[in-house]
Ligand binder design. Structure first.
Ligand SMILES: *Cc1c(COP(=O)(O)O)cnc(C)c1O
Length: 405
């Protein structure tokens, strides 16, 4: 330790984070009900009362995923752990996996396949476009030995939604299991795990579920649990081995596997209760409605979307930065002056687009109006010609013409 690190004159005391409005690619704002749930007394992770709550989480997740899968629970770790959990359990070294890449997260899936000894066959689509089902079909035709098809339902790096239902149909015809990344879609866009026949699905707590980050809801079909049970080799991860986790999340007599993040699970429980109270269809419609209002506001500032209308995610809006504007300066002023966080572009779109999240409890009327007004103020301060008040007014017009049923 250098003397630089140890500064006795800097007295470290309680950390009080500022109150932000989170409208980036996640995390989203945590609802006060969810924050309050986290502050309740910690229980032992084998306490029967805690087990009851875990069972309720499983039931609520089945509703959220629209599945009857027995193996539906929450992995202790962020969305990336849910991703890795699917690949490490389902890939036997040497397996061929078709991976669709149309953004950052498809690229991470390829990493996962290769690190777990699989052979990745990549179907590339341009960033900002959805996965092309025809290309997937052609690739599966050419690779009849492929075992798994993996794709990202909602690409957070661009805001493109892919047709999970069609992709699963194709996979089934070629006798492939499916892995779907729904980190950004769960709670924000329709997902029907059983109807679409998704075999392995993972999500994250901090996007449209509006929980703090750190938990990954997952669900596995019987086809997957059978595959994992019958594997000749041991799953190449102790922590993520589904067979072992079955004993903790799967049965009524719980055995110790790892210490569950109790208070984080109270938060997930509360957010899922809120989602069930609202109703899935209503939550999806709310995300749509706020997206259209935001879009109406952007149009008044001449800002256009990266993704074609029919593939746009309502919860992740990628829009081009107006000509001549320093995008990083706008983001930093929004944060400093308005305590509003938005996201930057990634990859080839770095410096070219902003990503506006309207996820979970961040997807609300007041955030849309606040964000449009703040953006207008900053852009006009920077010398851009914008008609003050026009954006929020356009959003309001949309809201007035499209009341929530
Ligand atoms: C955020 C995200 C992840 C990763 O989740 P973490 O909780 O950050 O690990 C994976 N896939 C998609 C599509 C995401 O948006």
């Amino acid at each position: 330790m250098t003397t630089e690190d140890f500064r006795p004159e800097k007295k470290i005391t309680t950390f009080y984070p500022p109150q932000r409005v989170l409208m980036g690619p996640g995390p989203s704002d945590t609802h006060s009900r969810v924050l309050a749930a986290m502050a309740r007394p910690t229980l032992g992770h084998l306490d029967p009362v805690f087990s009851e709550m875990m069972d309720e989480i499983k039931g609520l997740l089945r509703y959220s995923f629209q599945t009857n899968n027995m193996m539906t629970f929450s992995v202790s770790g962020p969305g990336s752990v849910g991703m890795e959990m699917c690949f490490v359990n389902m890939i036997v070294p040497g397996d061929k996996v078709v991976v669709c890449r149309n953004g950052v997260f498809g690229g991470r899936m390829i990493e996962n396949v290769e690190r777990h000894g699989g052979v990745a066959v990549v179907v590339d689509d341009d960033w900002g476009k959805p996965v092309d089902p025809q290309k997937v079909e052609d690739t599966l035709k050419q690779n009849p030995d492929a075992k798994i098809l993996a794709f990202v339902h909602a690409e957070t790096s661009t805001g493109a939604l892919s047709d999970a239902k069609t992709l699963c149909e194709i996979a089934r015809r070629y006798d492939c299991l499916t892995i779907a990344d729904t980190v950004t879609s769960l709670g924000g866009s329709p997902i029907y795990v059983d109807e679409w026949g998704i075999d392995a699905i993972y999500s994250g707590s901090q996007k449209c579920l509006s929980c703090p980050p750190g938990l990954s809801p997952v669900s596995f079909s019987e086809r997957v649990t059978d595959l994992v049970k019958n594997r000749q080799d041991k799953v190449h991860s102790w922590f993520m081995d589904l067979n072992q986790l079955l004993g903790y999340w799967g049965s009524s007599t719980r055995t110790y596997h790892h210490t569950a993040p109790t208070n984080a699970l109270y938060a997930l429980h509360e957010s899922l209760v809120m989602l069930a109270e609202e109703g899935l269809e209503h939550a999806w419609a709310r995300h749509e409605r706020n997206h259209h209002a935001l879009k109406a506001g952007f149009a008044t500032m001449g800002m256009s979307f990266l993704v074609d209308e029919q593939y746009r995610l309502p919860q992740l809006n990628s829009v081009y930065v107006p000509e001549g504007v320093n995008e990083a300066e706008v983001r930093s002023r929004l944060l400093k002056e308005y305590s509003l966080e938005i996201g930057a572009g990634l990859g080839a779109f770095a410096g070219k687009v902003w990503r506006f999240g309207l996820m979970g409890s961040s997807s609300k009327v007041e955030n849309v109006l606040f964000c449009l007004n703040a953006l207008e103020c900053v852009l006009s301060d920077l010398g851009l010609k914008v008609e003050r008040g026009a954006a929020a007014s356009a959003a309001h017009q949309y809201y007035a013409a499209n009341p929530m049923s």
